[in-house]
Design a protein around this ligand. Structure first.
Ligand code: 6PG
Length: 482
């Protein structure tokens, strides 16, 4: 028993993680259900470090030094459950099972409960950065017990991405906290991606720019406060030409967006927690709409005769000004999406009893993960200082950014409406901001309606208690119910 860590499941992500571990001096036991895959990994990369390939799970467990650390990277759902059970049967109290897949956090809570009852540790760990991240340095979000973190810390720190010299990994909180935070990361990823897509659409259809021209714009934006991995790859994608037709590749890709579920979970959980995550929800629904094949085909046949205007004829100077408006609107909407995502994490921490350091979450998202971005430095500072405790929008740096972007944001949303170009995340983020800022909301009228048809009662602004108006009676008396 020599290996200090093991990886089960050697598909793209698991294989890359195992190689990353070995490359950084860990002694890595590896196991895959079909041994051929293990053999292939060893043939291609066995010389990158110290590996202990196992033919059976028993052999795999036997090759691990105590306390054993086994990282599972298999398909989410039933395959993960099966693997956890088989490992737990072979392992001993004190050993640690890590699920590094994109598990749904309630599953992680359930699994942690079952495994810890057997004296073992179970750690649900969010891992972001795709295949390349797993290989070269992911952002890692482990949950589970403090005790298990002590054992995992040196191993995880050895392979995580580095941001300003610090490893992008932190213990997020007990049981499902790590997978919860990874889930919200993905929700934010959805809104980031949709905002970039809306910006592209405004420039392409609204301003009539070419893919190449837009690629240059994103490239330039990457040198601003928008600097991020997603902006960078967007420029790359838009520069790409299709080998077959010579057209921009983006023009030959089918416009139906897929999703594996993490965005949907983020919204479902936000609904349970009653936290408005309007940016993320609209991003999920926008993907959903894109994939409504029949509905979209039928809508084409309808050929709606509605007014809309493009801006192709706009003078160059004005066009450039509008592109700048889009950049500022994108930044403002992005801030809102992050504010909402962090609010969801805060609410979950309260509901599930997790002690989550939001500044640390922002810090470990600065490198390795899909949403890595320069402005996460500002976000971690804002949580560190306590300025963002209630909402990120109230931290002076972000408040100022919103005020600066305000004119552009409104211009972009109103122009988009005129063009007939959907900007669900731009506009819902602005609506959230305006809603939040409003001293009085028309919710008073909704309370009146609820009381009218359902006797649901209301509260008064000038007197404590619960009131109901007898709407059916002629002089509509108000009664105080409590
Ligand atoms: C990451 C990604 C990763 C993956 C998602 C994408 O952080 O590395 O988020 O987890 O790409 O599965 O999810 P969709 O298929 O739902 O877009």
């Amino acid at each position: 028993a020599e290996a200090n860590v093991g990886v089960v499941g050697l598909a793209a992500m698991g294989g890359s993680l195992a190689r990353n571990l070995a490359y950084h001096g860990n002694k890595v036991a590896v196991f895959n259900r079909t041994y051929a895959r293990t053999e292939k990994l060893m043939a291609e990369h066995g010389d990158e470090g110290e590996f202990f390939p196992a033919k059976t799970l028993a052999e795999f467990v036997a090759s691990l030094a105590k306390p054993r650390v086994a990282i599972i990277m298999v398909k989410a759902g039933a395959p993960t459950d099966t693997m956890i059970d088989q490992l737990a049967d072979l392992m001993e109290p004190g050993d640690i099972i890590v699920d590094a897949g994109n598990a749904h956090f309630p599953d992680t809570i359930r699994r942690e409960k079952a495994i810890s009852a057997r004296g073992l540790h179970f750690v649900g760990c969010g891992v972001s950065g795709g295949e390349e991240g797993a290989l070269k340095g992911p952002s890692m979000m482990p949950g589970g017990s403090e005790e298990s973190w002590k054992a995992l810390k040196p191993i995880f720190e050895s392979i995580a991405a580095k941001a300003e010299g610090k490893p992008c990994v932190a213990h997020i909180g007990e049981n499902g906290a790590g997978h919860f935070v990874k889930m919200v990361h993905n929700g934010i990823e959805y809104s980031d991606m949709q905002l970039i897509a809306e910006s592209y659409d405004l420039m392409r259809r609204g301003l009539g720019m070419t893919a190449e021209e837009i690629a240059d714009v994103f490239e330039a934006w990457n040198a601003t406060e928008l600097n991020s991995y997603l902006i960078e790859i967007t420029a790359d994608i838009l520069h790409e030409k299709d080998k077959k037709t010579g057209k921009p590749l983006v023009d030959v890709i089918v416009d139906h967006a897929g999703m594996k579920g993490t965005g949907t979970w983020t919204v479902q959980s936000a609904l349970d927690l009653a936290v408005p995550v309007t940016g993320i929800s609209e991003a999920v629904f926008a993907r959903g709409l894109s994939d409504q094949t029949e509905l979209r085909e039928e809508a084409q046949k309808q050929d709606f005769q509605v007014g809309r205007s493009g801006l192709e004829g706009m003078p160059l100077e004005e066009r450039q000004a509008f592109v700048n408006n889009i950049r500022e609107a994108l930044y403002a909407s992005k801030i809102v999406a992050y504010a909402q995502g962090f609010n969801e994490i805060q609410a979950a921490a309260k509901a599930y009893g997790w002690d989550i350091d939001l500044a640390a979450v922002a810090r470990i998202w600065r490198g390795g993960c899909i949403i890595r971005a320069k402005f996460l430095n500002r976000i971690s500072d804002a949580f560190e200082s306590g300025e963002a405790n209630v909402s990120l929008l109230f931290a002076p740096y972000f408040k100022d950014a919103l005020e600066t972007a305000d004119h552009s944001w409104r211009r972009v949303v109103s122009r988009a409406v005129n063009f007939g170009i959907p900007v669900p995340v731009f506009s819902s983020s602005l609506a959230y901001f305006d809603g939040l800022r409003s001293k009085r909301l028309p919710a008073c009228l909704i309370q009146g309606q609820r009381d009218y048809f359902g006797a649901h009662t209301y509260q008064r602004v000038d007197e404590p208690g619960v009131f109901h108006t007898l709407w059916a009676e002629k002089d509509r008396p108000e009664i105080k119910e409590s």
